[in-house]
Design a protein around this ligand. Structure first.
Ligand code: PHB
Length: 399
C-alpha cells in the first residue's frame, strides 16, 4: 500500500471551476493489468472534524496494511484529500479525485453536506463509494444507488435510540439542540421519532449554523423550556466546547444532557469532568466485551498512537467491505454487478459486533446506550437492537 496526499480545492480554483460534478469527456480509469488500484480517501484533515478524518483514514490504512497492501490481488494506492468539511468545495474536490487522480473507488466523507457531491459522482459515474461516516439520509434513501454503500449509520439511527431510551426512562418532554445542517436536523427527526415511539414529546429545537460555537444565546433559553432532558447533535471540536459550556452554564445538574453518541465520542479527554454522567446512544461504545474489538483497539493504538473510537471502526469497516467486493471480482472494479452483489451479501466482522447491510446498503446494527464515566463511554444497555434505517424512497435499480 502506498499513500499520497493530494491538494484539495482552493477558493481561487473554485471560482474557475463552476458547479457540475464532472467535466465531460473524462473516462473511467483503465484497469491496466498489474496497475495499482487507486482509492480516493476524501475526508476532513482540518477544521472541527479533523480528528474524525484522521481516525477514519488511519484505520482504513491499517486494514490495508493487514491485507499486505493488496485487495483482490491488486496493490492499493491511497490518495488522501482534505475536504475541510466545506460543502462549497465538495464538487471540485470530488472532480479532482476522479478526473485528475483517476481513482478507481471512493471512500468519504464525514460531513453530511459534503458527502452529497460523492453520492452524485457515484450515481453518475458508477465509481464505487463507501461512506465511512456522513449520516445524510438521502445517500441510502431517495438517492440510493447500487454503487453506494455505508459502513456507518444514518443520522436518524443513533438519535432514534436515544429518544426511545429516554422515553422508556419516563421522560415526557425534551428539547433538541444542534447545528442547523442535514446531520443535526435529521438526527433531530430520529430523536423525535424515538421519543414518540416511547410516548414522549419533542417540544423545541434550538439551532445555530455549522460550524459555529456561539452556544450562549441558545443555552440561555433552556431553563425556560420546562423540559426534563436536552438531546443534542454536535461532534468533534464543536462537541468539546458545547459539553463544557453546558456544564459551566450550570445546566448539567438541572436538565440532563443526552445525545447522539458523537457528542462524547473521541472527545472525553478534552471534555473532562463536564462530560461525566452524560448519556448518549451510538452503534459503538467502550467495554463491548468482544475479542475482535479488543484486538482492533490495541492494534490501532500501536500503529497510530491514537485511541480508537467509532470513527476508526467505521474506517476499518469501509476497508473490510471494499476488500469483500474486490476479492469477489479479483480487483476488477469494472465488474460492477458482481462487486455490488458481493458487498450486498457481506457480513462484516466489525469491532462494534457483526453487521449486515439493509436493502438500501446501510448497516443494520445495535444502538448502544452509553454513559460517560471516568473518560469512557461505558455501554450500559442496548437502546435499540438490530436497528435498520427505514430506507424510505430507495428504489434500487437492478445492479
Ligand atoms: C455528519 O455530518 O453526517 C456527521 C458529522 C460528524 C459526526 C456524525 C455525523 O460525528
Amino acid at each position: 500500500m502506498t499513500t499520497i496526499t493530494t491538494r484539495g480545492a482552493s477558493r481561487r480554483g473554485l471560482l474557475a471551476a463552476g458547479g457540475a460534478v464532472l467535466a465531460s469527456g473524462l473516462t473511467r480509469p483503465a484497469i491496466a493489468q498489474g496497475a495499482p488500484l487507486k482509492v480516493g480517501l476524501m475526508l476532513p484533515f482540518s477544521g472541527t472534524f479533523a480528528a474524525l478524518g484522521e481516525n477514519i483514514a488511519g484505520a482504513f490504512e491499517m486494514l490495508l496494511a493487514e491485507k499486505g497492501g493488496r485487495l483482490g490481488g491488486r496493490a492499493v494506492q491511497v490518495v488522501r484529500l482534505d475536504d475541510e468539511s466545506d460543502p462549497s468545495k465538495a464538487v471540485q474536490n470530488v472532480n479532482r479525485l476522479i478526473g485528475r487522480d483517476r481513482v478507481d473507488a471512493l471512500v468519504g466523507t464525514v460531513h453530511s453536506g459534503v458527502v452529497m457531491a460523492l453520492v452524485q459522482a457515484s450515481r453518475e459515474r458508477g465509481t464505487p463509494l463507501i461512506i465511512p461516516n456522513a449520516g445524510n439520509a438521502s445517500a441510502t434513501r431517495d438517492l440510493c444507488a447500487p454503487t453506494i454503500f455505508r459502513t456507518s449509520f444514518t443520522n436518524w439511527q443513533p438519535a432514534y435510540g436515544m429518544g426511545l431510551a429516554l422515553a422508556r426512562q419516563g421522560v415526557k418532554r425534551a428539547a433538541w439542540i444542534t447545528w442547523d445542517y442535514a446531520a443535526g436536523n435529521e438526527a433531530g427527526e430520529g430523536f423525535r421519532d424515538g421519543l414518540r415511539a416511547g410516548g414522549a414529546e419533542l417540544v423545541r429545537e434550538l439551532k445555530l449554523p455549522f460550524p459555529e460555537t456561539n452556544f450562549q444565546p441558545l443555552l440561555a433559553q433552556i431553563p425556560g423550556l420546562n423540559v426534563e432532558a436536552v438531546g443534542s447533535f454536535f461532534a468533534g471540536g464543536g462537541a468539546v466546547q458545547f459539553v463544557r459550556e453546558y456544564a459551566s452554564a450550570g445546566l448539567r445538574d438541572r436538565v440532563p444532557l443526552v445525545g447522539s453518541g458523537f457528542l462524547t465520542e473521541g472527545t472525553l479527554q478534552a471534555q473532562g469532568a463536564a462530560a461525566e454522567g452524560v448519556r448518549t446512544a451510538l452503534h459503538y461504545g467502550d467495554g463491548l466485551d468482544n475479542a475482535r474489538d479488543r484486538a482492533f483497539r490495541a492494534a490501532f493504538q500501536e500503529r497510530t498512537r491514537r485511541t480508537a473510537d467509532v470513527y476508526a471502526v467505521q474506517g476499518y469497516d469501509a476497508g473490510q467491505l471494499l476488500s469483500v467486493g474486490l476479492e469477489a471480482v479479483k480487483g476488477d472494479v469494472s465488474a460492477e454487478r458482481e462487486l455490488v452483489a458481493a458487498m450486498e451479501r457481506a457480513r462484516i466482522d466489525s469491532p462494534r459486533g457483526a453487521f449486515t447491510l439493509s436493502p438500501s446498503h446501510n448497516p443494520v446494527q445495535n444502538i448502544y446506550l452509553r454513559e460517560a464515566k471516568g473518560g469512557q463511554n461505558v455501554v450500559v444497555g442496548v437502546a435499540a437492537e438490530a436497528l435498520a434505517d427505514p430506507g424510505t424512497g430507495c428504489r434500487m435499480r437492478a445492479g
